[in-house]
Design a protein around this ligand. Structure first.
Ligand code: ATP
Ligand code: MG
Length: 421
């Protein structure tokens, strides 16, 4: 049986990676003007990190992790997301010692045992940021603005921001109690997953794709009605900063994260036509996470963008113009000696940073001319028997069809001046 790529993974061939590279460049340029520096962490970490950093009751941890034992008998996990790793690195390098805000960004593959479908894979890529060390609501608004600037510069205008506050360990217990009271007697109406969520983490019932919407229409209590003064003020300020820069939002009480270390702002940016895979970006504040992972009490906030989903969105909107390709000089040669000259010329052109190609399939003269056309050569350099004998080459401009005879020793300079001039 033929060996294929694992289910839920994809190969990207050169025709597709051009789009990835353009997206990555755009991301890097925006990160620079927002003051974020790139961080690269390992693709696998101790399982324990994700148990603590994502939470043992979440779907990611209970159902989706690629966990394995290494040869030393240690439990390792392919990273399902990158926030926990970035925070681990921040602690490991003791960056908290300085009174400073740290702004990190990352891009790279994540691994989750999800059910594969369009926009949902087992290996997928995220671009994300983590801003660690500030509680200022301006920072919440800053990273949301950053995501929007990226989307806008890519040409996407119809993305919708969903915004909520999930409170903090001061105000959430009261809300949690209200929820438990509300769900009391409704247990039988809930899906099996929600029944177990109810015991471990009642907030996450709202997040459920099956029951969440329905519970809202049945008047489930909303966290925003139970925020403490500090959280309410923070939420107000985030909204006013966003309004101040013209970013509109929908308040979405279903955006909840039941874990104690997620605090205050939670948000998602959606592109509705992607259906069940409509969330292109998800993020929020985690003022309790760093302590949870074993560090001091330092606040943080971040988001992650699903890059495959973003590319799907761009494609659907016709926002992926063909990538402009470099046109080569193609050196046509017949016979061993001429082919050797062609090879030397090819390398001499490349040494001047010019794109050059030769035939490596033993094609005839005619076949080589065809090949030159096929790869859209702008010049062909023809070394036939006569030319070789006279130490010359014919150079044809493939656009104008003009042809000139040039000494072999002058070919590089000739092409360089034509291309750059
Ligand atoms: P979903 O509800 O769609 O499963 P999530 O809540 O699990 O998303 P996050 O953990 O917030 O997603 O990850 C941030 C972003 O990463 C998502 O908004 C999405 O764009 C992308 N993402 C998450 N899981 C996948 C996946 N399996 N395949 C492709 N992209 C994904
Ligand atoms: Mg998921």
């Amino acid at each position: 049986m033929a060996i294929t790529a694992p289910r839920g993974t994809q190969d990207f061939l050169p025709e597709q990676t051009g789009d990835w590279q353009k997206l990555e460049e755009k991301i890097r340029s925006i990160c620079r003007i927002y003051g974020f520096g790139e961080v690269r962490t390992p693709i696998f970490e101790s399982t324990e990190l994700f148990l603590r950093g994502i939470g043992e009751t979440t779907d990611v941890v209970t159902k989706e992790m690629y966990t394995f034992e290494d040869r030393g008998g240690r439990s390792m996990t392919l990273r399902p997301e990158n926030t926990a790793s970035v925070v681990r690195a921040y602690l490991e390098h003791k960056l908290y010692g300085e009174q400073k805000v740290h702004k990190f960004y990352y891009m790279g593959p994540m691994f989750r045992h999800d059910r594969p479908q369009a926009g949902r894979y087992r290996q997928f890529n995220q671009f994300g940021v983590e801003e660690i060390g500030s509680q200022d609501p301006a920072v919440d608004a800053e990273i949301i603005a950053m995501a929007f600037q990226l989307f806008r510069e890519l040409g996407l205008n119809d993305l919708v921001l969903h915004l909520n506050s999930v409170g903090c360990p001061k105000c959430r217990p009261v809300y949690r109690q209200k929820l438990i009271e509300f769900f009391d007697g409704k247990r039988d109406e809930l899906c099996d997953d929600c029944k177990s969520r109810l015991d471990k983490n009642p907030l996450r019932v709202l997040d459920c794709k099956e029951d969440g919407e329905r519970m809202l229409s049945e008047g489930v209590p909303l966290i925003t009605d139970y925020l403490c003064e500090e959280c309410a003020e923070h939420f107000e300020k985030v909204q006013s900063y966003l309004t101040g820069i013209g970013i509109s939002f929908e308040k979405d009480p279903r955006l909840v994260r039941g874990l104690d270390y997620y605090t205050k702002t939670a948000f998602e940016i959606m592109y509705a036509p992607l259906g069940a895979q409509s969330t292109v970006c998800g993020g929020g504040r985690y003022d309790g996470l760093i302590e949870e992972i074993g560090g001091p009490s330092v606040p943080g906030i971040g988001f992650a963008v699903g890059m495959e989903r973003l590319l799907l969105t761009l494609k659907e909107q016709g926002l992926l113009p063909p990538v402009e390709e470099l046109r080569p000089a193609y050196i046509v040669a017949l016979g061993d000696e001429a082919r050797k000259e062609a090879f030397i010329l090819q390398q001499a052109l490349r040494a001047k940073s010019l794109y050059a190609e030769i035939d490596t399939n033993g094609r005839s003269m005619k076949g080589q001319m065809k090949a030159a056309n096929k790869i859209n050569a702008d010049f062909t350099v023809i070394i036939g028997e006569d030319e070789l004998a006279q130490g010359q080459a014919q150079i044809r401009n493939m656009e104008t069809k003009e042809q000139e005879t040039v000494a072999l020793g002058d070919v590089v300079e000739y092409i360089e001046s034509k291309k750059k001039g």
